[in-house]
Design a protein around this ligand. Structure first.
Ligand code: ADP
Length: 264
């Protein structure tokens, strides 16, 4: 830790003394560094699909176009990479709106059980294909809640899609809603590959992934958890992740039942 250091020596009635004042300058440096890293990451994440698209276009130009089957495959790759870039840019825009507090949170009364069931339904195809079972449990004391449905749906989509992505076929996902203090608490738990201890601390950072190649091949942008955290924060709640390698992962977030107007 670096800090500016000021020492004042003096004599008081009680005797000689020294007052030491420490001012943290590392906070500012860290912010600047993380900003630089972010720009470097964005550039890299956009450059990768662009480079792939370019090489496939060149291959088409160099003759692959004459072979319909090959050409179809190459166009397919280029399209997938384009989709990834669109997802990435959409996620980035969303993050920047949440960062600058420009995101308008419009809340509506929501039945929690319906919301969770609909979230699982959105993945029914993948779940069936991968033989992953989803169990939804809502404690009886859970009440309806005011929340931005689109945004909380996005949080749930990110968490459920992660649970599916990082859980082997035949796995199990449990979505639970209960109450804690004056908040609704929702958790999404899987029995998948888990996350190594050393990565846990950084897991909510933008673009942080345990395994970049795996995340990419699954279509991940590395922004899902950061977006989830910003949305939950905008609702006045908090989010945390617990995980054990080879055992599974549990992400829990809270949404306060009552909130000051300013947070909305
Ligand atoms: P991504 O788009 O890569 O999934 P996220 O921000 O959603 O990005 O997650 C960041 C990283 O955290 C992932 O790349 C993955 O390594 C890890 N991760 C997230 N959820 C899980 C989970 N349920 N099980 C195991 N690893 C996970």
């Amino acid at each position: 830790v670096r800090a500016t250091f000021t020492a004042i020596h003096g004599k008081t009635q009680g005797g000689a003394g020294t007052i030491v004042m420490l001012q943290d300058v590392t906070g500012m440096e860290k912010l600047e560094q993380s900003r630089r890293e972010f720009v470097a990451n964005v550039s890299h994440e956009l450059r990768t699909p662009l480079t792939t698209i370019k090489s496939y276009l060149e291959a088409l130009e160099d003759g692959a176009m004459e072979e319909p089957q090959l050409a179809g495959k190459f166009v397919g790759v280029a399209r997938n990479e384009t989709d990834r870039m669109i997802r990435l840019v959409t996620d980035l825009l969303q993050l920047s709106r949440l960062d600058s507090k420009q995101a308008i949170i419009s809340k509506e009364s929501t039945i929690v059980e319906d919301m969770l069931e609909e979230a699982a339904d959105r993945f029914s195809f993948q779940l069936e294909q991968r033989s992953i079972e989803v169990e939804i449990e809502v404690d009886p004391q859970v009440e309806d809640l005011m929340l931005d449905r689109d945004r909380i749906d996005q949080v749930l989509d990110n968490l459920v899609s992660n649970a599916i992505k990082y859980t082997p076929d035949g796995g199990h996902i449990r979505i639970h809603a209960g109450c804690r203090d004056k908040a609704l608490e929702i958790s999404v738990q899987d029995n998948g590959i888990g996350i190594p201890k050393k990565d846990l601390e950084r897991i909510f950072e933008r673009f942080y992934r345990v395994d970049k190649a795996r995340s990419r091949s699954m279509g991940g942008t590395g922004l899902g958890l950061s977006i989830a955290r910003e949305i939950v924060k905008a609702h006045g709640g908090s989010i945390q992740l617990e995980s054990e390698l080879g055992v599974g992962t549990k992400v829990t977030f809270t949404l306060p039942y009552q909130q000051e107007v300013s947070a909305g």
